[in-house]
Design a protein around this ligand. Structure first.
Ligand code: ZN
Ligand code: ZN
Length: 364
């Protein structure tokens, strides 16, 4: 399968956005976020803009990306040497655009100011939030295949790195081993900074690896993900160097029970918040819910964190084709933390856990 989205696929996505613009009475949308540009045009570079209109979309970039845009982008391309917003304004004037949407959460104030000052006087700029992201929530079969590939690479890298584990390794060295294996197995890069935390530092949900040696720690938490062919995977696993304490052992059992209950709740039509509640209720029964300080999961795809958020306040109804994580955790200050995370696909009847890595308590 090609690494790049087919021209037909990106065209269909642009058409879907154009229809949504029409419904909002917008003439056009300036797309500036990298993942959204990739989704709508195929462009994988870091410097581009899309002026998305009903029938005459235009991709703008600078000379650095002339060749690459020619190879990747499936619509008309304009290469200019001025700031991209400077290049875009005349194109918008030429197309007589009166109402121009922009990605409110993605654009800098500077870019907004340039655009505002260069547009025609009678044109208005309208903030648009989450429109493309909502379309991106449900993945196509081709996207699902890429996520599957990313998940498999991530899990293989974990097993390979674990087979090379030495008790004298530091958290940083083990993180390097995980990321090295990930790339060797086909990933472009990690989807986020790999978390390797040991001992009481596992109570920090987003711990940075340090030069602490794993052997000293007892509990080890690994949170890792790959970007492969542009698509993210995300997994958290724990292992114990030597026997875990009774408290950590029972916390592990409780979190695993919560994670399985949340997975059980995943099916089309169920609200994100209900999946979160399923995990939270189990932890409550174990009197651990107040140590669960984040949501149960998140969507993932071209970005590591995408809508929906599987939290108390997100009532998005799950649909077949959504890729999400399920990752409850508990964090006991001064003692340690437990989190278990899988990448999960919502199917027509329920869900499929994509992550193949075993979740039984592991002692190395
Ligand atoms: Zn994670
Ligand atoms: Zn995650």
């Amino acid at each position: 399968m090609s690494l790049l989205s087919s021209a037909n696929e990106t065209q269909a996505r642009r058409d879907a956005v154009a229809r949504a613009l029409k419904a909002r009475r917008l003439d056009a949308l300036v797309v500036s976020a990298g993942p959204n540009l990739r989704y709508l045009t195929g462009f994988t570079g870091s410097h581009g803009l899309l002026l998305l209109t009903q029938d005459d979309p235009l991709f703008l970039t600078n000379p650095i990306y002339r060749l690459q845009a020619g190879q990747e982008v499936s619509c008309k391309i304009q290469v200019g040497t001025r700031q991209l917003m400077d290049e875009l304004a005349p194109a918008a004037r030429k197309r007589r655009i009166r109402t121009l949407g922009f990605e409110a959460g993605r654009i800098t104030f500077e870019a907004y100011s340039v655009l505002k000052s260069k547009l025609a006087r009678n044109a208005s700029l309208e903030p648009v939030a989450g429109l493309i992201e909502r379309l991106r929530m449900v993945k196509s079969p081709a996207e699902i295949a890429l996520i599957r590939g990313s998940v498999e690479t991530n899990s293989r890298a974990y097993e390979k790195a674990l087979s090379r584990l030495r008790p004298s390794m530091t958290e940083t060295e083990f993180a390097a081993e995980l990321e090295f294996r990930m790339r060797r197995f086909g990933a472009e890069k990690p989807a986020f900074d790999t978390i390797v935390a040991s001992g009481p530092r596992t109570a920090l949900p987003h711990a940075q690896p340090t030069d602490a040696r794993l052997a000293a720690g007892g509990t080890v938490l690994i949170d890792m993900g790959a970007f492969q062919a542009g698509y993210a995977s995300d997994m958290t696993r724990m292992f114990f160097v030597g026997k875990p304490s009774p408290r950590m052992k029972s916390a592990y059992a409780a979190v695993l029970e919560a994670q399985l209950a949340a997975i059980d709740a995943v099916r089309p039509g169920v609200k994100s918040s209900a999946v979160d509640r399923a995990a939270r209720n189990i932890l409550k029964a174990h009197k651990l819910d107040r140590y669960f300080v984040h949501s149960t999961g998140h969507g993932l795809g071209l970005e590591i964190h995408e809508p929906p958020r599987l939290g108390m306040k997100d009532h998005t109804k799950l649909e077949a084709g959504m890729a999400i994580t399920i990752e409850p955790g508990v964090y006991l200050e001064g003692v340690g933390g437990i989190r278990i995370e899988d990448t999960v696909l919502v199917t027509g009847t329920g869900c499929e856990v994509l992550t193949p890595t075993d979740k039984a308590l592991r002692v190395v």
